[in-house]
Write a protein that binds this ligand. Structure first.
Ligand SMILES: Cc1cc2nc3c(=O)[nH]c(=O)nc-3n(C[C@H](O)[C@H](O)[C@H](O)COP(=O)(O)OP(=O)(O)OC[C@H]3O[C@@H](n4cnc5c(N)ncnc54)[C@H](O)[C@@H]3O)c2cc1C
Length: 321
């Protein structure tokens, strides 16, 4: 379908701006990626419904992103429509009984601060996790062996055909860094949680300690996407977490083009300035091969790769191996 027609249609359909030829490097923490044909950042749930319906009826390739803190955008960009769920959708409501409902675009640290300041505990582990609440729920992200899904009571999504549906916690299928939303073509727009009463001052102290510990252990100044690889239970028993296995394979500081295994934390791949998605994928392949040779385990990626055709896959599936 003619792109100029799609742009005009979206402009008349949506309240938000319709951006074209958008450099995806600006929408991801790795600062890598070519341009997307079109990008919209809906500011109402109705807009999300409109854009989903429009795309579905015309079979246009599309992808949803939050803050891009877990996505490797391809250097060739993406030929389709990016639906960016960001701060324009970031309302939060906290009830006195600990029920919290928030929109998907709220920044996770801001969400956590709001909940803990109100005197509720259960999400403080996520204080240092960048990205949106929507991305966190989809990835069932968290820290200290916890996942945000543990206290979730309901998720609201906009389906492929533009209708609103509710999921119970059980229907979300949460497991370690995974949820059913990773394989569905729906957009998470809102989630509700039930938290327990806690002491706001104690929680604040805990969170400061968490942030201080993360600041010491994790690379902060060079663009990265957090942990590249998932922990594998069998590998964990014999060797430990992926970072340890990668370090023991002698890969700290190893580079492919502009991508480097962080000298600070071996599970982080950093962009030293001019890395391409191909550099990162080559490094991922190298790591997997080296760790396999030493341990007999292939480690898989937490980080997703957005292919130019719109497929969003765990990055190792795109790495040459
Ligand atoms: C420095 C650093 C540290 C990190 N530390 C941690 C950590 O401690 N623990 C941890 O779990 N993660 C960590 N991460 C990874 C990342 O921050 C989380 O996975 C985060 O929750 C992703 O949120 P996002 O908004 O950036 O999602 P994105 O990266 O934009 O998207 C991730 C996936 O979710 C999908 N998605 C995003 N929003 C929606 C939505 N509204 N509806 C449907 N699908 C959606 C995307 O299509 C994609 O598949 C870290 C990343 C960085 C850069």
């Amino acid at each position: 379908m003619e792109q100029s027609i799609v742009i005009k249609d979206l402009q008349s359909l949506l309240l938000c701006d319709v951006l074209t030829k958008v450099p995806l490097a600006q929408y991801g923490t790795w600062r890598i990626g070519g341009s997307a044909d079109i990008l919209v950042s809906p500011c109402t749930i109705e807009d999300v419904c409109h854009v989903q319906r429009y795309i579905h009826e015309r079979n246009i390739p599309s992808v949803v992103i939050g803050d891009g803190s877990n996505i490797l955008f391809d250097s060739e960009g993406f030929r389709g429509i990016v639906i960016h769920i960001g701060r324009a959708l970031s309302d939060i409501q906290i009830s006195q009984d600990g029920r919290v409902t928030a929109q998907a675009g709220i920044w996770t640290p801001c969400y956590v601060r709001n909940v803990t300041r109100a005197g509720f505990q259960g999400c403080e582990h996520a204080i240092g996790v960048p990205g949106t609440l929507g991305g966190l729920v989809v990835m069932n992200g968290g820290a200290n062996r916890k996942g945000i899904g543990e206290q979730l009571t309901e998720a609201v999504v906009v389906t492929e055909n533009g209708s609103v549906e509710k999921y119970t916690a059980q229907e979300c299928g949460f497991a370690y860094r995974s949820s059913v939303f990773q394989t569905k073509k729906c957009i998470l727009v809102e989630a509700s949680f039930q938290y327990e009463q806690g002491d706001a001052t104690v929680l604040r102290t805990q969170m400061i300690q968490t942030l201080q510990m993360r600041n010491k252990k994790l690379p902060r100044k060079t663009p990265n996407c957090g942990s590249t690889f998932l922990s594998d239970p069998a590998l964990y028993e014999t060797v430990g977490p992926p970072g340890k296995a990668i370090e023991e394979a002698g890969l700290k500081g190893v580079t492919c083009g502009g991508a480097m295994i962080s000298p600070l934390h071996a599970n982080f791949i950093i962009n030293t300035g001019n890395a391409t998605s191909g550099d990162v994928l080559s490094l991922i392949a190298k790591v997997r091969e080296a760790v396999y040779e030493r341990t007999g385990h292939y480690i898989n990626c937490e980080v997703r790769h957005l292919r130019p055709n719109g497929e969003m896959v765990p990055a190792h599936e795109s790495a040459d191996i």
